[in-house]
Design a protein around this ligand. Sequence first.
Ligand SMILES: [Zn+2]
Length: 674
Amino acid sequence: MGLVMIKKMLPLVAVSATLSVAAVSGYVKLPDGTPVVGASILQVSTQKSSVTDATGFFDFAETTAHALVKAALKALVPTAAFDMKGRRVGANTRNLAMGVYAVRFGVGEPEPFSGRRPLAKALSVPDTLKVSYEKQAVGNVAFWDDENKVDDIVISRKVVSGSTGGATTVLLSSSEGDTEELTATVSGASYSAASKWTMYKAFRTWEITAKSGTQSMTKKGVKDAVQSLTIDLSGSSSDEPLHEKNFEYVASLDFDASNYSTVQVDLVASEMAKALGSNDFSNVRYYAVNADGTLDSVPTAEGNGHWFDASGNVTSYNGGNPMVFSEMDLSAMTTNVGQFPGKLTVGETYTLRQALRSGNNMVYITIRLQITGNVASSSSVAPTSSSTVPTSSYTLQTMYDTQPENIWKFVDWVWQNRQSSGKLDDIVRSRNLIFHQIIDGKGELNYCVRWESANSLNKKDRQKVEPMLNRMINAWVKELVGYEGWPYDTVKVHIVGWAADNASKFPDAGSDEKVYTGYTIENAPTCPTDCSRPLHYYEKKNDQYGSCTMGTRFDMSIWVTDGFNGGAGGDWGQREGYSSFYSTLDTKFPHIAGHEVGHGFGLDDFYETYQIPNSNYDPLPCSNYDACSKSGYDGQWGIVPPMVMRAGASTVITATDAWMLRRTWTGIKNQFGY
Ligand SMILES: [Zn+2]
């Protein structure tokens, strides 16, 4: 996944010669840890196969052939497209074969237009291992080139059984996003589905849906370790997967300008005991619940407590835009609900949602906190305006004061050795980072949807795209709120155009949806290029697009391509495959496109050992990719914290991602007078 903004005439072949050869290895085991002997593993990119030995071990020595990478590069280069000024327009990864690539584009030659410089990034595509056992396929395992080893592949002989009146399908969806359909064998009024079930990561849970005719049943949160399940489709089940109950409480609290004042809410222990099925609360599990219903088990306030923002989403005290918190005392079944001093609005009601679980009993607790009191009318400014400058502020110093050493040392190293002026990626010279787009657009971003797919996108799904883009952009933006003068607490993302080869791809388009079919870049549909900010920002201000074909600029594109693996991103937007795009329309943070947004903000990729610190955090002895690849600098993956920007390492923005973003703002904010 990479930021691909390159110019022609780059020494691509020389770049490919620096790629390391991977030796992918791992173990295949049963859930109890017993090695699986004789499982077959096929590596898709090379079509090489391996068989596990007596310890369950498999090994693909020197598996990633340079030839494959070179073939991929050849496939890339001839279809490259550049605009009239020699700028490469968008990503072009057409014709990518399945395989492992870490294709790096060298950059940095003097450009004819001042202030612009493409960034060096890498593009990587996950490879796949196909696992089979006793001649049956048991599933696929995706891995990244960087990993060089695969998590244990665990095969279970999971059995799903139950009663049914007809043909039954059983679908498994894991918390990691993969799905499997079990084959059910129906015999009379019962069925059993005994397909083998592949597991390759610890701590994954499953949602299992069984359907027979009009009956269906879902089990949520099923652990990998479960060996068999019974699902009763007769409709009168005593085996409900999760008993869910909702409780709502109303509380009020006086506005407080200077204290973290609280009010205690009694959750009523006897009611909780009934709903949780036990008087003993010592093993109850605690969660916060985001506005979209997703659970968060890592507290951001004291004890069993979380901070929430104005939208009811979990946030942290010093990272997001914290407004209210709730800290539970599970032994007393009370919670202290409190406020961030001086930030709340009198008369406003804030929603906090938390959940408790004991066995299969789940309790959702909703607290509506009304803020009371009198404030002078002159200070009753609505806090939700997109251009409100937050009153709380913190600085880079906060990172050194609050973060573990491995995080601040890493963030410092990446800035000093890669992002800063004259260094490996020198993002400081770019004048079209998403920071620039947001500030030039006064807190608003316009998107074009580039639809390069044989599928159509119906109206219901189209209506999900703008909210998804808003979630994705604001997941990053919220990490800047309150930090060193960053001026926007939310960014409004608009879709201003829909581009396809044929208007039928967007059925029932209303007058509010502008569909464009007559424009292409790199053989893929685009919105009219005279309205493209990535093509014109160096000659036009944001308010000078009124006479372009669309009557408004578009800042970025979300580019959706059938069969495209991984992602690509840059100042022009984000590109991903149709299946990845479609499957993330409802997700909180679409992490593949979200990683690419990180590149748009000037954040780096992490694929090579000279892109990461060594154990002494020594300075890089080089400032361009060619020199660094030959420098022998020996970065240590073991010290790299998890982050979205290390592709495949995290599906959510981590503290390290957030601090890299803030460090970047600190480094470029003087361009905007901050
Ligand atoms: Zn990337």
